[in-house]
Design a binder for this molecule. Structure first.
Ligand code: ARG
Length: 488
């Protein structure tokens, strides 16, 4: 078992091999990659999701906070890509560098769980959209939908197993295909926009609660729609120029922010908040139907299915990759780093697909909705994001890799990003944090197995305390789930 070095990972990963033999990714393709992983299903449900607990005024504040916070996070990934060019697959490595193996493990684990739970959400969303044409699929979590989703899952699984290269190019094509209906939506809805509708009950009726609570209610949704912002950083080893990783991240952020804000805000001028809140998802369909008639809804359903199809493939690869680096670094069993003849991390892929299958069944039996799944996926990624920001703060404080005055802006940006992540943990609320602790704890088994292989003591010092706290939270969550005090 070798220890993790970027070179070893470079040599081992098929995508990276391809990156050295073929052309590496330039700015355009990298940006398409970021935009492609950010735009999945989220934007299609945005009008309803944002309006479900907030009025126009609160939604505007929500976007302001999100814009600043996500920009800070994007800048952290940009900065880390420049300051630490030798570290690839940041999500795992940045956390390990800031707080040791167990935290690094949990960051990778959390990212992995978030990736595949999100994929369960994608399948539910896609079949929910098909439900418009075939009623037996309902909201995407009926028996027929879960059966259909399972077939899609294993088709993609075996396709990837046979070696899917050029995922970035494919992603770029799909990205173009998904941006077009979005632009059309924006143009059409802009012409149907009425300022009186937008301004009506600008701060919301008493039923929605205080502005603060309204703003808070939008936070998890805005994070979900931005997940993928770290995409260029995960693929950093494939970039032609190191600076492009950061540029693509910030560029991708700007493009998607404009699209997301336009979709959510323009909708508020077509339907009033309570009407939006009552729409079925993907709510972009309901909005466009109101603006132009039935064909608008059909366009959006089609767009969603294309978008989610591309997203499902991209996130399957990301999920497998996020187990791979930690497995080569001895914090997960080395078996998870095993690659098949086509250079695909096959065991990691099997584990990922198996979990998607299990959770499709969980969604069926617990009637877990799309919204519950993406909330869980979002809650799981907050820790990995936080530790990337924390690592940024640490580098800036130690003045590593930066000279003189530069580190002060590094510090400001990373501190802002960290603050934003802490605020998100608060805004997520106890329910999803408890549920996510339940998903973090089982990871310890893989971690201990991985450390055993290395003959290393798994928990040292504060790691023991951390594991104990997680276990305690998970026990509380399990108890509440069993007693009905908590549900998906
Ligand atoms: N399968 C996933 N984990 N997807 C996460 C990315 C979510 C993406 N931002 C979206 O709006 O759809």
């Amino acid at each position: 078992m070798s220890t993790y070095t970027p070179e070893a990972a470079d040599a081992a990963l098929p995508s990276r091999q391809a990156a050295r033999t073929n052309d590496r990714l330039g700015l355009g393709l990298l940006t398409a990659l970021v935009v492609g992983s950010i735009l999945g299903s989220g934007i299609f449900g945005l009008p309803q999701n944002m309006a479900s607990g907030a009025s126009a005024g609160a939604i505007l504040i929500g976007w302001l906070i999100t814009g600043i916070g996500m920009l800070a996070l994007a800048r952290v990934y940009q900065m880390l890509a420049l300051r630490k060019p030798q570290l690839n697959n940041g999500i795992y490595v940045y956390a390990r560098e800031s707080a040791g193996h167990y935290v690094g493990f949990n960051s990778a684990w959390g990212y992995w769980v978030s990736a595949w739970i999100g994929n369960v959400g994608y399948l539910v969303a896609a079949f929910g959209a098909l439900g418009y044409f075939f009623p037996s699929f309902g909201d995407g979590n009926t028996a027929a939908a879960v059966a259909g989703a399972s077939i899609v899952l294993w088709l993609v699984h075996f396709m990837v197993l046979r070696g899917i290269r050029g995922a970035a190019v494919l992603n770029a094509v799909v990205t173009l295909a998904k941006v077009l209906p979005l632009l059309l939506f924006i143009a059409l809805v802009a012409t149907a926009f009425r300022l009186e509708t937008f301004n009506m009950e600008f701060w919301g009726s008493a039923k929605l609660g205080s502005t603060f609570d309204q703003v808070k209610s939008t936070m998890l949704v805005t994070v979900w729609v931005f997940i993928g912002i770290e995409g260029a950083s995960v693929y950093s080893a494939r970039a032609r120029r190191r600076e492009d990783v950061g540029r693509a991240t910030v560029l991708g952020f700007i493009v998607t922010l404009v699209l997301l804000m336009a979709v959510s805000l323009l909708s508020l001028g077509v339907l009033q908040q309570p009407e939006l809140a009552g729409l079925k998802n993907p709510s972009m369909a309901g909005v466009l139907e109101k603006a132009v008639g039935t064909w608008g809804a059909v366009l959006i359903y089609g767009g969603l299915i294309v978008s989610v199809g591309g997203g499902f493939l991209a996130w399957t690869l990301l999920a497998a990759e996020s187990l791979f680096s930690p497995a080569t670094d001895g914090v997960m069993p080395s078996g998870l780093a095993r690659q098949n003849a086509q250079g695909v991390p096959a065991n990691a892929l099997w584990l990922t697909s198996a979990m998607v299958q299990v959770f499709l069944l969980v969604a069926l039996f617990s009637k877990a909705s799309y919204l519950a799944l993406i909330s869980l996926s979002t809650a799981m990624i907050l820790l990995p994001y936080l530790f990337s920001a924390v690592y940024g703060v640490m580098l800036a404080v130690r003045r590593e890799g930066a000279a003189g005055s530069i580190h002060r802006s590094d510090l400001a940006v990373s501190a802002l990003a960290a603050l934003y992540c802490v605020w998100l943990l608060y805004a997520a609320g106890p329910k999803y944090l408890l549920l996510s602790s339940l998903l973090y704890v089982p990871g310890a088994v893989l971690y201990v197995l991985g450390r055993r292989e290395q003959r290393a003591r798994p928990f040292k010092g504060f790691e023991l305390g951390l594991a104990a706290i997680l276990l305690l939270l998970a026990a509380v969550a399990a108890y509440l789930l069993a007693s009905g005090g908590l549900s998906l």
